[in-house]
Ligand binder design. Structure first.
Ligand SMILES: [Zn+2]
Length: 291
């Protein structure tokens, strides 16, 4: 098993009602973090957000995309990480080029963290928690406390390029019904997991790391899934966004310039449109492909 792959795996404790997720990002996080000139602390924080959104996406079932969005009152106005059901990720720290803070608390003081699920079909769901607790993991644990009511613990790390994460969640009683035994098992597993070092999350293969953390607990590791950086922007999405401005505003824009350019802030892809592109897009509307 490659230790530098971009992978997410679920695992279950075979003798306790506890499950977990373990993820490692290498190329995907490096590609995203290299696209912008982030100060090192901002890159590490965004990497943790990327790790977290993958952990959450594999823990919470949905078909669509999940967005983790922090809006702070400090040096980073907006920090976002997204992951879809195919485990394609993207992320950005907006306006963070000059940020001097060194950690979560100083970079994102006072603000909110929104966890949004946008299903392909159906209602959008959003949960909001305050940016508190000193780190992103604590903040997300608070979210799980409120929304899922299942004891959940997370460990996140990023060295500015690679990122890693571990999540443990206590499941409703199935194998073990005795409440004292359940809480003892949870405490046992949690205390062991809490010994995990950042370097282990960043460098160790998943099977080895789990065997190292929980040497005496039978664990079943489920098949790995690949994670990759893939931006969801497209020509059609840009055209749709332009069209939504309305014909009056568009006419004014095209009177000023022949080509309207749009840059995707996530992947730096540049798009350029002439008035005739919009007209053609509208003509093709019924046959528009679903992107
Ligand atoms: Zn893009």
């Amino acid at each position: 098993m490659s230790v530098t792959a971009d992978v997410a795996s679920k695992f279950v404790f075979e003798e306790a009602d506890i499950r977990g997720e373990i993820i490692h990002l290498d190329q995907s996080s490096a590609e995203i973090l290299e696209l912008h000139q982030y100060p090192p602390a901002v890159a590490r924080l965004l990497g943790e957000f990327l790790a977290a959104v993958v952990l959450l996406s594999t823990t919470i079932k949905f078909d669509g995309r999940m967005i983790l969005q922090a809006q702070g009152s400090g040096e980073i106005p907006l920090l976002m990480a997204e992951c879809n059901s195919e485990l394609e990720i993207r992320g950005i720290a907006r306006g963070a080029a000059e940020a001097s803070g060194q950690d979560f608390a100083s970079l994102l003081p006072g603000g909110t963290l929104a966890i949004t699920i946008e299903p392909r079909n159906g209602q959008r769901y959003q949960g909001i928690v305050p940016l508190e607790g000193g780190n992103l993991a604590a903040c997300l644990e608070h979210y799980f406390e409120n929304s899922e009511q299942l004891a959940t613990r997370l460990w996140l790390t990023c060295d500015g390029s690679s990122a890693g994460g571990l999540l443990l969640q206590q499941l409703p009683a199935q194998l073990v019904s005795d409440t004292t035994q359940r809480s003892q098992q949870w405490e046992h597993v949690y205390i062991l997991a809490d010994t995990v070092m950042d370097q282990e999350l960043l460098r160790s293969g998943q099977e080895l790391l789990l065997a190292h953390l929980f040497p005496e607990d039978p664990i079943k590791l489920l098949p790995q899934r690949s994670v990759k950086f893939q931006c969801s922007c497209s020509e059609q999405r840009c055209l749709d966004a332009l069209a939504s401005l309305g014909s009056v505003e568009l006419e004014e824009l095209f009177a000023e310039q022949e080509i309207i350019t749009m840059d995707c802030e996530f992947c730096n892809q540049q798009y350029g449109f002439k008035a005739s592109d919009l007209a053609a897009s509208e003509d093709n509307d019924p046959a528009r492909s679903q992107h």
